[in-house]
Design a protein around this ligand. Structure first.
Ligand SMILES: *[C@@H]1O[C@H](CO)[C@@H](O)[C@H](O)[C@H]1NC(C)=O
Ligand SMILES: *[C@@H]1O[C@H](CO)[C@@H](O)[C@H](O)[C@H]1NC(C)=O
Length: 293
């Protein structure tokens, strides 16, 4: 009988760990943690009501830390603080209508948030877990009406894909854009994914002008070099570790080095990391990398 009751309890509240049931609501937890910015925004948009209701359907909240809000560019933060429509959309993007426990999150899992957008999870060999590039910090907090995961970034909606991002940033990527079109790789970067693109800036192509000319005259070789810059998976920089090999679209592997000087991919330096797009991530590099010995 006791066993039966315990099983019932377990089934009824799948998020409770036996013996350490937390009876606080999500809202009470946020207040206790001193997450003033998030709490204030939830109150400002009325979303606090459901998150403070112990009988509300179970919800998962990815809760940006205070530092995460501070990291936002000030114009973005002010834009949210002064536009409750935009703010509510961003906050709903952090909520899922079911319990998601970090220990059961698998690499490449995805869940749909309250905006109907997909949240993509990654679990890297160094055990770091990310949701849309934001790192899951610490452990889950199971509350009476759901679960909270702390994250180190605010999740902002993205509607630009990798191809569009390259096309729209012609001050850096004029050469890359043109070559991707000639190499017939622009289409895939606009329509499929997920990908990680290591994107050389224009000066990287200018440094090897003669090679670029030769590549333009041999589209097979051009496509080969470009495909070597694309990994068919999402590698946010927190998941990159020293010595890691990343298989690329051309079949060869890129080698990652992580040191005091930052992150390198083969002989190129990553000069801007983690540009978030709707079909993956872009890391900007200062040198064109080439496959082969
Ligand atoms: C507020 O945000 C919404 C949604 O992002 C946007 O459509 C609207 O134009 C914004 N309003 C103002 C006054 O900026
Ligand atoms: C073009 O490049 C490919 C791949 O590198 C090579 O196999 C082929 O021989 C090249 N073609 C010409 C005409 O140089």
């Amino acid at each position: 009988m006791m066993l039966f009751l315990s099983l019932l309890l377990l089934v009824g509240s799948p998020w409770t760990t036996l013996g350490q049931q937390d009876t606080r609501t999500i809202m009470q937890f946020l207040n206790d943690q001193g997450l003033a910015t998030l709490s204030g925004f939830l109150v400002g948009t009325g979303l606090n009501q459901i998150l403070d209701d112990p009988n509300a359907p179970a919800t998962t909240l990815f809760a940006p830390t205070e530092d995460a809000w501070t990291k936002l560019p000030s114009n973005v933060l002010i834009g949210l603080a002064t536009n409750s429509t935009a703010l509510k959309e961003v906050l709903l993007g952090h909520l899922i209508d079911q319990v998601v426990l970090a220990q059961y999150v698998r690499d490449k899992d995805s869940k749909v948030n309250y905006n109907g957008d997909t949240l993509n999870f990654k679990v890297y060999p160094n055990r770091v877990k990310t949701v849309e590039g934001a790192t899951l910090v610490g452990t889950d907090h199971s509350l009476v009406n759901g679960v909270v995961h702390m994250i180190d970034d605010v999740l902002l909606p993205v509607d630009t894909n990798i191809g569009e991002y390259v096309a729209q940033h012609e001050t850096d990527f004029k050469d890359l854009f043109g070559l991707l079109v000639l190499g017939r790789l622009f289409g895939p970067l606009e329509t499929t994914g997920p990908y990680t693109l290591f994107a050389p800036v224009d000066t990287a192509f200018e440094a090897i002008r003669d090679t670029v000319t030769a590549l333009i005259n041999n589209r097979t070789a051009l496509a080969d070099v470009l495909k070597y810059h694309v990994v068919p998976d999402t590698y946010w920089s927190v998941g990159l570790t020293n010595g890691m090999k990343l298989p690329t679209l051309n079949g060869d592997e890129l080698t990652i080095s992580v040191g005091l000087g930052g992150v390198q991919v083969d002989n190129a330096n990553v000069i801007q990391a983690d540009i978030h797009t709707s079909n993956g991530v872009i890391h900007v590099i200062d040198t064109v990398v080439t496959p082969g010995p």
